[in-house]
Design a protein around this ligand. Structure first.
Ligand SMILES: Cc1cc2nc3c(=O)[nH]c(=O)nc-3n(C[C@H](O)[C@H](O)[C@H](O)COP(=O)(O)OP(=O)(O)OC[C@H]3O[C@@H](n4cnc5c(N)ncnc54)[C@H](O)[C@@H]3O)c2cc1C
Ligand code: FES
Length: 278
């Protein structure tokens, strides 16, 4: 299996789009089936997605590896390649390299409570870990999920979120920066929800993924709760080309010269605190 994964890093595999859904005008979900087998990723990893003649970009895998047969991506249209992806339909093909990157520390987290903090598109990689933990429910303690986005119209994976909310073994809260008349949930930044969450400090991993501006504020709140820097896990984004530690594009401004694609994208706060401004 290891050899297979190593080989797939170098070659582009054919991925057929078998389902597409628009969550919002700028975010689309894709279900992709590889022509030659499984992706065999782990939660927190990403793939390099190529469109012939346009370019190649890193995208987080959003489905759990427990889902077999295909894998899912969620793409925000921000530029050339992502806009082109939004024009693709069921039956179209993309190029897939990977999976790449260090996954979330699934084994280390076993036996612990999991506290997920997702801002906006951060729910995309976190969803892979959340659904993995749900599918291995006995391996993990409490599951707490906080999700923040700009407006109710920006909510992603709405039906799945409703299912998480209905489960008695998950504590879920969602907040929006700006509401509309129909919104019945919280209003305010995601940091406003953290003080109200009871955490077993010794036995909790916090996994935080969101826009860069969010990390400092969230981490400050977590440190106030005495969570160890080793148990705060982040996923960082940098511009990438090769995805496998060869080109240097994703180097992080840090004394250890981490490559985000290979040493990350997941890091503990302890590892990258010099690169994350509080
Ligand atoms: C590990 C990783 C996982 C990612 N996962 C997702 C995901 O699941 N869904 C998703 O929609 N996006 C994700 N991204 C961001 C995505 O790769 C960029 O939006 C994409 O590369 C932009 O390509 P483009 O050709 O459409 O835009 P371009 O035309 O190249 O650029 C458009 C704008 O996007 C900015 N941009 C380009 N690349 C990045 C980047 N890597 N990070 C931040 N800003 C960038 C540019 O500076 C520019 O302002 C991820 C990035 C990384 C590094
Ligand atoms: S993307 Fe090339 S070294 Fe990270």
């Amino acid at each position: 299996m290891k050899r297979e994964i190593e080989k797939s890093r170098w070659r582009t595999r054919k991925g057929k789009i078998i389902n597409v859904h628009s969550f919002t005008p700028s975010e689309k979900w894709f279900d992709i089936q590889l022509d030659d087998g499984e992706l065999n990723h782990r939660p927190g990893q990403f793939v390099q997605v190529g469109i012939f003649g346009v370019g190649e970009i890193p995208l987080s895998v959003s489905s759990s590896p427990t889902k077999r047969g295909s894998f899912e991506l969620c793409v925000r249209a921000t530029g050339r390649v992502t806009a082109c992806m939004h024009k693709l339909h069921i039956g179209d093909y993309v190029g897939i390299r990977g999976p790449f990157g260090r996954p979330f520390p699934i084994k280390k987290m076993r036996g612990s409570d999991l506290f997920f903090v997702a801002g906006g598109l951060g729910i995309v990689p976190l969803r892979s870990m959340i659904n993995y933990a749900i599918d291995h429910r006995k391996d993990y303690g409490r599951i707490i999920i906080l999700f923040g986005c700009k407006t109710p119209g920006d909510l992603l994976f709405e039906h799945e979120i409703e299912a998480w909310q209905e489960r008695t073994d998950i504590k879920f809260a969602c907040t929006v920066d700006k509401s509309d008349p129909e919104w019945k949930g919280n209003i305010g930044l995601i940091t406003s929800l953290i003080p109200g969450v009871h955490i077993d400090t010794e036995n909790t991993y916090v996994i935080v993924v969101g826009p860069p501006v969010m990390y400092g504020f969230v981490i400050k709140e977590l440190l106030k709760k005495n969570i160890s820097e080793k148990k705060i896990v982040l996923s960082l984004e940098r511009h990438m080309k090769c995805g496998m530690g060869k080109c240097g594009h994703c180097q992080i401004d840090h004394p250890k010269n981490y490559y985000c694609c290979k040493d990350g994208p997941t890091f503990t706060y302890e590892e990258v605190k010099d690169a994350v401004r509080l």
